[in-house]
Ligand binder design. Sequence first.
Ligand SMILES: O=C(O)[C@H]1O[C@H](OP(=O)(O)OP(=O)(O)OC[C@H]2O[C@@H](n3ccc(=O)[nH]c3=O)[C@H](O)[C@@H]2O)[C@H](O)[C@@H](O)[C@@H]1O
Length: 422
Amino acid sequence: MPSKSSIEELFLPSTPGKFKDKSHHRQPHRSTSTLFLWALFLVALTAAYLSFQSFVDSGSKYFRIHWDNHVRSSAQIRRSNGFSVLVTGAAGFVGSHVSLALKKRGDGVVGLDNFNNYYDPALKKSRRDLLTAHGVFIVEGDVNDAKLLAKLFDLVQFSHVMHLAAQAGVRYAMENPHSYIHSNIAGLVTLLEASKSANPQPSVVWASSSSVYGLNEKSPFSESDRTDKPASLYAATKKAGEEITHTYNHIYGLSITGLRFFTVYGPWGRPDMAYFSFTRNILQGKPITVYRGKNHADLARDFTYIDDIVKGCIGSLDTAKKSTGSGGKKRGPAQFRIFNLGNTSPVTVPMMVGILEKQLKVKAKKNLVDMPGNGDVPFTHANISYARSEFGYNPTTDLQTGLKKFVKWYLSYYGYNHAKSV
Ligand SMILES: O=C(O)[C@H]1O[C@H](OP(=O)(O)OP(=O)(O)OC[C@H]2O[C@@H](n3ccc(=O)[nH]c3=O)[C@H](O)[C@@H]2O)[C@H](O)[C@@H](O)[C@@H]1O
């Protein structure tokens, strides 16, 4: 048996100068096996990663196809000469009502909404559930997402865009001014960019606001009146929207209809609005703040019921002419319209509170406060003759009737005890 040293000698390299000491000499054995194990481990890891990746890929591909199918089926038209409409802000108050009305008459509707938390997103989700039950799919996304818009226009040849997504609310603009720029200016431009590039270009109908009349004192308000004295940043962004849409009409041939809504109210409404928050406070026994104008004059609004507004939106869509551009280029002059959609009979805020008290059978605890300089205007009053002449717009619901319907909905949705948060 050879001695230990002779065995070691057997492994001595023949070439002098390449000699390594004992410990190094044994290393190749250990490192070969370790390397082998490492290689095995790496191979296994790579295989696991690749199969996981393909699982994720096929999963996301499945969801993509699934998503595409939802969009396409929601956009399907079920009446002759029907529309395919992209409704932005579809989980919002006006958006949900308009989407439902279009779907019910056989138009294809795809909704888009970012479900932000300006007010309780649970209410928006309940509206979404209602729309889902009627076959309207709402894509969760922001109008500022150009890629998403391009994808939607890629999937569906929308004949119309009903653009209702916006940062609403007059007084909140002092708290969060940038949200108005983000949604009402940047979001509008992103949407118009997508619309002008689409083939075919859709006709665009969008929500402006009665607040553009600002400090206008001429009554009733007509579309030809001056609108260059907005009283709030909100109003200024809506006014800017009217100018911005005009440029897209002028340069790219987009058919544009702007709708100046007058204090829209009704079932499934917005919790930030006075009639809604007053209802909640009255039922909870909490005080409400009622603003007064100069010399203690009551403030007044041309409150307009949601069903009348829906008729105005649909009338606008039905009479919207086609856009004239293609390939992002104007091919001829295109339609540009702005309509007042009001009720033509202003009611003071204390009278509105009186109607609520009667409906709720509870007396309100009113704090009368001088109107703070927060963007409010003393009164609004719509002249609607233009909308009447163009598509027979004829609001038929007075505030008493409309608030009765609202209160009925409110109680069925929240109950007397407000089980859901508002
Ligand atoms: O028509 C419009 O252009 C606008 O209508 C409403 O704005 P506003 O008329 O101010 O509606 P509310 O916030 O419901 O206020 C209604 C009236 O109640 C008054 N008010 C509001 C809140 C409050 O605590 N107390 C109070 O007396 C306001 O001063 C106003 O006169 C919407 O909130 C805007 O999004 C919309 O663009």
